[in-house]
Write a protein that binds this ligand. Sequence first.
Ligand SMILES: Nc1ncnc2c1ncn2[C@@H]1O[C@H](COP(=O)(O)OP(=O)(O)OP(=O)(O)O)[C@@H](O)[C@H]1O
Length: 306
Amino acid sequence: MEVHFIINPYAGNGQGIKRWRQFEQQLAIPYQSHLTKYEGHTMLLANELAGRATKENPVCLIAIGGDGTIHEVLNGAIHFKNVYLGAVSAGSGNDFARGYQAFKTSKQVEQFINTVNSSSHDCGVVKQGGTTKYFINNFGVGFDALVAGIANSSSLKRSLNKWKLGKLSYPYYVIHALFTYKPFKLTISREGKIKQYQNVWFVTASNQPYFGGGMKLSPNSNTSDGQFELTVVSNLSKWKLLFLFGTVFLGKHTLLKEVEQFAAMEAKLIFDEPVMAHADGETQKLATGQNKIQITVQKKAWNLAK
Ligand SMILES: Nc1ncnc2c1ncn2[C@@H]1O[C@H](COP(=O)(O)OP(=O)(O)OP(=O)(O)O)[C@@H](O)[C@H]1O
């Protein structure tokens, strides 16, 4: 098996390179390492390396970074067989490690190489205009995408990351976005049924329970069941939305009448105006003039190295 570490040195404001230096000193197996040089480079590297995999010589790609780095590895490697994906958490949110499993030590990576202990998991598929994107944790439109956008360009996150406190910044961005966000109208079409929602704060498709750095948004999500869960939050005041973010860490927000949650294998989302979206916390540029997004799931589409 070929083992490749793909390292985002800047993830978690430098945690990426620190974690790699620790791993590198202790690894006693043959491997290759690749430091990413720019946004999008991770996906290109993953695509090239996964393309080398054969049945006789599988490839294991281990992302060292945050959820955005793992997202790019998935998008680069998804079309190839005989590939195993693993991760070492070095971001500020690290929801992948909560919903799946990440390597904590180099010994664990070595154990994987000896045992090839793996499991297959689903990924979400988002189609919009002519583009297709895959998500591993969640895909969201609306308020959470605005929060992700503010967070990704924020210096506060970078400062808190220095003290490994990056996830503390999320509640601050929520409050910041609360005062600039404008709810939208949404139509969801699925299984031949159409439902309209007014004053939507956000709609999120979840493949696993956690989002936003440990919030248990979708408690019933399972990464191998061939479905995703849609959470629609609509028709609530700013203050109740804040209350929702207080309850979501315990997964109790689903008791609120303004929160609707259901499982689906396919759904079409239609918006009345341009929207902001994120996939695994990475802000997505949607095609202009496109107000329809189709979400499906690809069952057991990738292998987790563990
Ligand atoms: N060398 C690089 N220079 C600039 N950006 C990079 C580089 N390598 C990767 N990136 C980009 O950094 C972004 C953020 O990465 P990632 O999510 O892993 O870290 P993070 O934002 O610190 O963590 P978290 O998402 O957990 O808060 C990704 O969009 C990725 O494309």
